[in-house]
Design a protein around this ligand. Structure first.
Ligand SMILES: [Zn+2]
Length: 107
């Protein structure tokens, strides 16, 4: 009987951990400059002539932008590879970051 309770507790704990880690990955905070850069990339990709955009914030952090044309972009993955020197070595070798890189490589 006790084993069932323990297994159930561990199971719900594992589900919570998975849910938490996946929902945490949902948004990737970016800087104002990165949002502007992404907007410029959007303008090039979509031949968009809009002159204005606004930041989309989530929990006080910038997570994307909304273009005047109605296009919305939410950053869901951290921007990697742009400036390797600014990141520390531990972050570079973390398994999650490597997985992120593999994902963007095969995209
Ligand atoms: Zn646009």
């Amino acid at each position: 009987m006790l084993e069932i309770i323990v297994v159930t507790l561990w199971g719900s704990c594992a589900i919570y951990t998975i849910w938490y880690s996946t929902s945490a990955k949902h948004y990737a905070p970016i800087t104002s400059a990165e949002a502007r850069l992404l907007w410029k990339i959007h303008k090039q990709n979509f031949n968009c002539n809009a002159r204005r955009w606004r930041k989309i914030k989530h929990g006080g952090e910038i997570v994307g932008f909304e273009c005047e044309c109605g296009h919305k972009h939410i950053q869901r993955k951290p921007i990697v590879g742009s400036s390797p020197t600014s990141r520390n070595v531990n972050q570079q070798n973390s398994p999650t970051l490597i997985i992120e890189r593999l994902h963007s490589f095969y995209k």
